[in-house]
Write a protein that binds this ligand. Sequence first.
Ligand SMILES: Nc1nc2c(ncn2[C@@H]2O[C@H](COP(=O)(O)OP(=O)(O)OP(=O)(O)O)[C@@H](O)[C@H]2O)c(=O)[nH]1
Ligand SMILES: [K+]
Ligand SMILES: [Mg+2]
Length: 439
Amino acid sequence: MGYQGEDIIFALSTGVERAAIAVMRVSGKGSADLLAKLCGPLPPPRKAVLRRVWQQADVQDTLLDEALVLWFPGPKSYTGEDGFELHLHAGPAVIQAVAHALVLGGARPAEPGEFTRRAFTNNRMDLVEAEGVADLVAAETESQRKQALAQADGALSRVYAGWAEQLKKLLAFQEALIDFPDEDIPPEVEAEIRAGIAQLVEQMQRHIQDGKRGERIRRGVVFAIAGPPNAGKSSLLNWLAERDAAIVSPIAGTTRDALEIVGSLAGIKVTFVDTAGLRDTEDAIEAEGVKRALFHVKQADCVVQMFAATQVPQSVFPGALLVGNKLDLASLPAEVEGVAVIPVSLKNSQGLDALRQILEHKVQALTASSTGMPLLTRARHSAGVQDACNSLQRALEQDWPEVRGEELRLAMRALGRLTGHVGVEELLDAIFGQFCIGK
Ligand SMILES: Nc1nc2c(ncn2[C@@H]2O[C@H](COP(=O)(O)OP(=O)(O)OP(=O)(O)O)[C@@H](O)[C@H]2O)c(=O)[nH]1
Ligand SMILES: [K+]
Ligand SMILES: [Mg+2]
């Protein structure tokens, strides 16, 4: 997608399902003339006005619809450009006819994310905020909504801007040391620069470590259900899904392919993956299932390790929740290798409320911020902060003022790339391409 800020773009901003009203959004230089062409004299800015929409209003040729019209003159609009919205009756024929009239008036359909990209280009928001908008549009759970809204509102950007501001000061001091080595610069300046850098490094490291949590909220917390055949893993999945998602049978080795269900716990998106029972096997297909099961165990945020009361395991996966099933058949140990056993019977629905609570707590623990800072939400952010942090660490190791200054500048650039203030042209297509059309 080549950026073409000169065009007038339009898109349906509401979904394509049947609805009463469809919002057609238009933005770009020349929007005022286009709106006048369709609806006659411009309404007052940002006021909803009922108007007839014509193919050509001046000659009242072909009435298309009667619509609420909003005129948004730039620069105080979403994109920063002149634009307008038509709240149409949502019939496909109405939408089609209006789109046709817009094209006749010189507009073109928008690319995915193009409105938000223009907002970014016109400094209405930075990249991190734009990503927040994309997440907000995609938010399915309460926690995703809150996190995305805070990010779209600039909470994360303010953290990065704060760091950039501190860095700028440190850089200014450093430049002074470089440019006026013989002047009477107080000796403590050198120490202050070092202390300032060390402080930034520490904050960035904590932010990166905390970052997995924000990503988990965005993507959902992934649990892998693993254990030997017939432990009751698929039975657990079905209980969580509240439907017969997986085949349950007394035959060991029933599940082969990993099966995922998506839901929410404590307002947070979660994915549970049912996997093949872990055992040595001659069967090639079952062996492939076991291989995949182990892959999911490695990838998951948390393993739910299941066993049947009749077959207590020798070892526990690191960090796993240990669920002992078939309480109805035999008694369960209180713990295995120091890890508490959560006793249940999926057959008799025993212990399931307690299990649900433990799962909810786990989800909260995996997603809560440990620093109180807004969480970074994407691999792109952690990579950017890591870049900046690496430069700062190299700066700390440097005694040469010039080299240290250069590392500080590199750290600045890394932060600038994060928020989109420098050298991000190549990133933009990738980022805005993820948006839906009309945003
Ligand atoms: N008695 C008893 N049987 C159970 C319980 N939970 C599950 N089962 C039975 O145990 C058998 C195996 O259950 P599954 O859910 O298929 O076990 P699995 O761990 O998915 O097995 P694989 O997919 O073969 O690895 C089925 O016959 C279930 O009905 C329980 O709490 N008590
Ligand atoms: K089974
Ligand atoms: Mg199974």
